[in-house]
Ligand binder design. Structure first.
Ligand SMILES: Cc1cc2nc3c(=O)[nH]c(=O)nc-3n(C[C@H](O)[C@H](O)[C@H](O)COP(=O)(O)OP(=O)(O)OC[C@H]3O[C@@H](n4cnc5c(N)ncnc54)[C@H](O)[C@@H]3O)c2cc1C
Length: 411
């Protein structure tokens, strides 16, 4: 059974101090002042050497690819590797600690350093990897991963209308993307669309899905301002408008129209789903901490409210949720030690539980704080607004449920 080691606890403490000194003082600016999160995130990567480590790993992967060796595999191992589990734990700790105060910053970071660079590493040519990935890993460039459109969200491929049309050695891209994390500031955009094979739109469901890597300032590509939204204000979200964007063939990821882009996007969904557990744990831990303290100090009817059984029920349910979510995070770390990861149905179950439990905890936290819980000054209000997105992005609760049920019926 996995447990945090003394070293993990020490590193958690260091990240917590960073959050206290470099994020918490800017909370209002990040929440209400339209302060983009990227400078603080770059400082985070630099302070912990995470940028250098990511670059070293990238160089090793590229050297392996150039030598013709098989890529670093994540095949199941016969023996548990504590090094692999440790590496997974180290990836979880910043997510957990930062989500206690700013789930939005983790979203912005994860989409750039994680989703966008991973998409290029999985499907790109060697030249594309070398050109686009290093600046994403250090956040020198901000990355965005764009699949959602105004008319296609849960039905990401079926209703997709963005297109790429061949034009000699070029492609001409058209379409609108929406709800794109980092979209307003993106320097590098992974753009997923359908190959326009001449058939009229509407009959294109069987068209090939292709992925391009674009510069944010490509002529014909317009990035919207950040959209106003319910929460997650530290993560800028925007629209992308592409009108006759002409790009050379080397912008097609993998330079191969037959590369399996649907599978690539599905892998991305699975990665997104598993990351939600660590965010959920951070949010729930913080709610438990804030609520326990408030229940001890807020006095009504001459007693601390924590002496009322209805308040105790809320606290106890929060503690149970925290324990369950932590166990799911630990399972992910243990699986990594065995060279495995959750399959899509387990990742869906994990995301569904974590997102729903976190939302319940946050709503109860607001309730426990009474009127203060509804005020922006008390952090539970922000966490509650931020947590709602866990039930929406990376696949809604309803989509996770149908994924789980489909797998059960197929078994
Ligand atoms: C803050 C934020 C950041 C995001 N970042 C990104 C990003 O970086 N890149 C990106 O590409 N996208 C991003 N998204 C988009 C996100 O992935 C979609 O919002 C999500 O997949 C849902 O799609 P939709 O909004 O179109 O809702 P819809 O698909 O229109 O769903 C509406 C409702 O219908 C339900 N529904 C739909 N289909 C079914 C079904 N078959 N059975 C039952 N119920 C169903 C849904 O669960 C939901 O309740 C982001 C969204 C948000 C809110």
């Amino acid at each position: 059974m996995f447990e945090w080691s003394e070293q993990h606890k020490q590193i958690r403490g260091m990240i917590r101090r960073f959050v206290q000194t470099s994020i918490v003082p800017h909370r209002d600016a990040l929440e209400f002042g339209e302060m983009p999160p990227y400078d603080i995130l770059r400082k985070l990567l630099r302070s912990f050497g995470a940028d250098e480590m990511a670059l070293a790993q990238f160089q090793a992967d590229i050297a392996r690819e150039k030598s013709g060796a098989a890529p670093r595999d994540r095949k199941p191992r016969a023996e548990f590797s504590s090094g692999a589990a440790d590496a997974a734990a180290m990836r979880v700790l910043p997510i957990l600690e930062i989500s206690r105060h700013s789930p939005g910053m983790i979203t912005a970071l994860g989409v750039s350093v994680g989703l966008t660079s991973t998409a290029i590493m999985k499907k790109g040519t060697l030249a594309q990897k070398e050109a686009f990935v290093p600046p994403l890993l250090t956040l020198e460039k901000v990355g965005a991963w764009a699949i959602t459109e105004p008319g296609s969200g849960s039905d990401a491929f079926g209703a997709m209308r963005s297109t790429a049309r061949r034009d000699g050695d070029f492609y001409v891209l058209n379409g609108n993307k929406t709800f794109i994390t980092n979209g307003p500031y993106a320097d590098t955009i992974v753009f997923i669309c359908k190959l326009d094979d001449g058939r009229p739109l509407g009959e294109g469901e069987e068209r090939k899905v292709v992925t391009f890597v674009l510069d944010g300032d490509t002529p014909g590509l317009v990035r919207s301002k950040p959209l106003r939204k319910m929460g997650l204000h530290a993560s800028p979200t925007g629209e992308l408008f592409l009108t006759d964007v002409r790009v050379p063939k080397d912008r097609l990821l993998g330079e191969d129209e037959d590369a399996p882009s649907r599978e690539g996007a599905k892998d991305t969904f699975t990665n997104e789903r598993t990351a939600v557990a660590a965010m959920a744990l951070g949010i729930v831990e913080r709610c438990v901490e804030l609520c326990t303290e408030y229940a001890k100090t807020r006095v009504q009817f001459g007693r601390p409210i924590g002496e009322f059984q209805l308040i105790q029920l809320k606290l106890a349910k929060m503690a149970v949720a925290r324990m369950n979510i932590q166990n799911l995070v630990f399972r992910q770390i243990e699986l990594a030690g065995w060279g495995r990861s959750m399959d899509i149905a387990e990742a869906s179950s994990c995301k569904l539980y974590c997102a729903q439990a976190t939302m319940e905890v946050c709503l109860e936290a607001v309730q426990l704080f009474g009127g203060n819980g509804y005020m922006a000054e008390y952090q539970v209000e922000q966490l509650c607004r931020d947590a709602k997105v866990l039930q929406i992005y990376g696949g809604t609760d309803e989509i996770q449920i149908s994924q789980i049920a489909r797998t059960m019926m197929a078994g």
